[in-house]
Design a protein around this ligand. Sequence first.
Ligand SMILES: Cc1cc2nc3c(=O)[nH]c(=O)nc-3n(C[C@H](O)[C@H](O)[C@H](O)COP(=O)(O)OP(=O)(O)OC[C@H]3O[C@@H](n4cnc5c(N)ncnc54)[C@H](O)[C@@H]3O)c2cc1C
Length: 263
Amino acid sequence: MYSFTLERPATVADAAKLAAGGAKLLAGGQTLLASMKQRLSDPGQLADLSGIKDLSGIRREGSTVVIGAMTKHIDVANSADVKAAIPALADLAAHIGDRQVRAMGTIGGSVANNDPAACYPSAVLALGATIHTNTRKISADDFFQGMFSTALNDGELITAISFPAPKKACYMKFVQPASRFALVGVFVAQTDSGVRVAVTGAGNGVFRHTGLEAALNASFTVASAAAVKIDSADLNADIHASAAYRANLISVQTQRAVAKMLA
Ligand SMILES: Cc1cc2nc3c(=O)[nH]c(=O)nc-3n(C[C@H](O)[C@H](O)[C@H](O)COP(=O)(O)OP(=O)(O)OC[C@H]3O[C@@H](n4cnc5c(N)ncnc54)[C@H](O)[C@@H]3O)c2cc1C
């Protein structure tokens, strides 16, 4: 690990000032500290967000659930509000990594990091969530921009994410057993604006599958999902799975999600 200094801001404004000056934001450290230990990252200065009370917690605003950026996965998994309004989101959080990761990892860190195999980005995209930062609100459709890349500007801080409650939703994750990330994960949501299907683990970053969305908007059945041919051309191929295998998993996981939602 390279040497670094640690700041502990008490307010979002102080954290933003540090970030604007070049400090790297530290949430639960589940990705950042690991990459620093491997000398893949040399931030020089860290701004630890854990002392900023405003960034943690979950609240209902009508039919919307607002989750503070520093809220841990375990707290999303156990939240009565999330379980009542968006049970699929609580279930997703309950199956991230292992207990230690869920006890330290945060929703803001996960979404800002935008790992192409992370679970939360698929929920954010499928549910049409809004990412709140210290300067603006960004819709999920505009936020994710490919592998480890987002619409956040340098020094911009996620403060919360708001999720409109869907009519129904389901996340189906096919676990990569070594990392516990998604080899392929599919989040299906029936929203006020129709069915949205977001895929993680399979491509260069989370993406919506317009073919599956069109088929499921026309007929929300397992057969309708199964009839969609999934193109493997732009999908990942690595030692864990070929692109064709991932394409098949997108179809199978979508069918499973639809079956569960109809049950
Ligand atoms: C063994 C293991 C298994 C895992 N399994 C899964 C899994 O199954 N599914 C899954 O989805 N994830 C998984 N993860 C990822 C984990 O859930 C964390 O959310 C992720 O690693 C980010 O960690 P963190 O929240 O501690 O953020 P950090 O590591 O502290 O930060 C990550 C990045 O986000 C930036 N950042 C943090 N907070 C903010 C903010 N509020 N605003 C702007 N930028 C910010 C940081 O500067 C840094 O660049 C796993 C991680 C590990 C180590």
